[in-house]
Design a protein around this ligand. Structure first.
Ligand code: SF4
Ligand code: SF4
Length: 352
């Protein structure tokens, strides 16, 4: 990344917006400002019943691309001065809303149409038409993940997912080695491939240098490319993951927006997280971070130039193409279930 492209007043190290004060530390208390900024916009509502979902969708569909993109940008950039710098109250309001997801879908479509399809996306497009066995032999991660499994079971014995679910990485490696198309399709349509925590313990211990960890990540991509993921509960949840983590990456260049990692919905983070979350403002202050302010560290509101740079990577690496595949599969599922895409998303997110 060449620093010469940035304005002279852009502080690359702190990632602050040009002209903004760059605070040493940042920690706004919750003042209720969020409720005053943009909260009257109906497209920021979080619906709770089918009628509200329908109203929300009608409202979003009535907005042009420009209205959506500009409206989002204006809200996102609204800021108020605080003792320690600029505070952006709407970042929190926008996060995880149907409005943000709609903005992302449209923005990514515009982005994809404006840029040549990346080499990876072209390869994905061809690969989705081929048999699953072809993928296993040709996808670079799958190919490297499987040399020759001898069914020793070491991976399964130390796998944390195998302890809690009906899940066995050794069996998966056997299925992949056999390359039987029908069995592979059944595997891709099942919840099984989504149980892996991606901890990589199996990868480092396998005596044959196999990597169930890598294989699972490759099979997940294939499932999403072919649309098989919508046949399982965990698979359907990929639409929520694509918009939650993918939305954070697309809008904030960071997979977590830490304000919303509430212990009730993140029980897997454990009791220490619950303690930390209760005094989150103090924790932010201690590390000099804040999700809603200009400033340093990963929870910052990122500079637009940097965000553009990161977005180019999602495009080049094929993430945009995969996100589109997931959205298209979700749209088909919503039509089949007679739901709006927003209701389908929320249902998938809380299912199981
Ligand atoms: S540890 Fe390696 S060789 Fe053993 S079952 Fe697992 S993948 Fe196969
Ligand atoms: S990466 Fe997945 S398969 Fe491997 S040990 Fe961790 S949870 Fe198990």
């Amino acid at each position: 990344m060449s620093s010469s492209k940035f304005p002279a007043d852009f502080d690359l190290q702190r990632q602050a917006f040009p002209g903004d004060d760059t605070p040493e530390r940042s920690a706004p208390e919750d003042t209720g400002l969020q409720n005053q900024s943009g909260a009257n916009a109906p497209w920021l509502d979080r619906p709770t019943c089918p009628e509200e979902y329908r109203r929300l969708r009608l409202c979003l569909d009535s907005l042009s691309d420009r209205e959506i993109l500009e409206g989002y940008r204006i809200l996102r950039d609204e800021k108020v001065p605080r003792a320690e710098g600029w505070y952006y109250p709407n970042v929190r309001i926008l996060h995880g809303t149907a409005f943000e997801r709609e903005k992302d879908r449209r923005e990514q479509k515009i982005w994809s149409e404006a840029h040549d399809e990346s080499e990876v996306a072209r390869w994905y497009r061809e690969a989705r038409e081929k048999p699953c066995a072809w993928w296993v032999e040709n996808h670079i991660i799958a190919r490297h993940a499987l040399t020759s499994c001898m069914s020793c079971g070491v991976c399964t014995s130390l796998c944390p997912a195998a302890e809690f679910f009906d899940y066995n990485p050794r069996t998966i490696m056997e299925i992949v080695q056999e390359k039987d198309e029908q069995t592979l399709v059944e595997l891709l349509r099942s919840d099984t491939i989504w149980y892996c925590y991606q901890c990589a313990s199996c990868k480092v211990k396998c005596p044959r240098q196999n990597s169930p960890f890598g294989m699972l990540s490759s099979l997940r991509q294939l499932s999403q490319l072919k649309g098989y993921h919508v046949h399982s509960i965990r698979g359907r949840q990929q639409v929520a993951a694509r918009h939650l983590w993918g939305g954070n990456l697309w809008n904030r260049a960071c997979s977590l927006y830490y304000r919303d990692s509430h212990p009730e919905t993140h029980r897997d983070f454990g009791p220490r997280h619950e303690t930390l979350y209760r005094s989150i403002e103090i924790a932010f202050r201690q590390v000099g971070a804040c999700p809603d302010m200009s400033g340093s560290l990963s929870a910052r509101k990122i500079h637009p130039e940097t965000l553009q740079e990161v977005r180019r990577l999602w495009h080049a690496g094929g993430a945009l193409f995969l996100w589109q595949m997931i959205d298209e599969a979700a749209a088909r599922g919503a039509v089949e279930d007679g739901l709006t895409i927003d209701e389908y998303h929320d249902k998938a997110k809380t299912e199981g």
